[in-house]
Design a binder for this molecule. Structure first.
Ligand SMILES: [Zn+2]
Ligand SMILES: [Zn+2]
Length: 105
C-alpha cells in the first residue's frame, strides 16, 4: 500500500483502492446518493445539465458518472453529442458521429 494523490483535492493519502481520499470519497458518495434518490423519484427523462441544476451536484462529476455508464438501466439521463449536439445516453458521441469517426481511420 502506497500513497496516492487524490484526483479531486490533490492531497496525498494512503491508497484505499480509490482515486479519491476518504474525505472526498465521502462527499462523492453523498452526492451520488442524492443523484440516484432524485432519479428514483423523477422516473422521467432528464438531461445531465438539468440533473446538475436540480441536485446541485457539479456537472463534471455527473459527466464522469455518465461516462462510466452509471445511469444505464433504470434511469434515462441524456447528454449531448460533442459534435452535433444530438441527445445521447452513452459515451461522448452519437452513433452517427461515432461511425463517421471510425470510418475515417
Ligand atoms: Zn481528496
Ligand atoms: Zn453526433
Amino acid at each position: 500500500m502506497g500513497t496516492k494523490v487524490c484526483s479531486k483535492c490533490g492531497k496525498l493519502f494512503f491508497s484505499n483502492g480509490n482515486n479519491l481520499c476518504l474525505q472526498c470519497l465521502e462527499v462523492y458518495q453523498k452526492e451520488e446518493d442524492l443523484v440516484f434518490d432524485y432519479l428514483r423519484k423523477r422516473k422521467a427523462e432528464i438531461t445531465i445539465e438539468q440533473l446538475s441544476k436540480e441536485t446541485e451536484v457539479p456537472l463534471d462529476m455527473l459527466m464522469d458518472m455518465f461516462y462510466h455508464d452509471r445511469f444505464i438501466g433504470d434511469y434515462v439521463v441524456t447528454s449531448q453529442c460533442e459534435v452535433c449536439g444530438e441527445r445521447i445516453r452513452q459515451g461522448k458521441l452519437c452513433k452517427k458521429c461515432a461511425s463517421k469517426l471510425c470510418s475515417g481511420y
